[in-house]
Design a binder for this molecule. Sequence first.
Ligand SMILES: N[C@@H](CCC(=O)N[C@@H](CS)C(=O)NCC(=O)O)C(=O)O
Length: 77
Amino acid sequence: MIELYMRDGCPFCQKVVQAAHQFGLKEGEDFKVIDAAQGTPGREVVLNRGGKAMVPFMIDGDISMYESSDIIAYLKR
Ligand SMILES: N[C@@H](CCC(=O)N[C@@H](CS)C(=O)NCC(=O)O)C(=O)O
């Protein structure tokens, strides 16, 4: 399942989740949202896997990426 690392109050994160819904992807089936606010285990995953303290961040198996527009393009495919 695609993992979307987000935090509250992040407009770029909201943009990604809205796009996912528009593409017909279902939370809990196709993707899950993981809290990546500072101090959370999700933030540790973002830092360890991606190397930057930035959200949104996506992991789909071996593929991982930052940048909301890139994530949205990936979800569209
Ligand atoms: N160009 C990036 C911008 C992402 C961005 O600025 N994210 C902010 C939150 S909205 C961020 O990660 N700030 C640092 C943090 O939350 O630690 C994108 O489109 O995804």
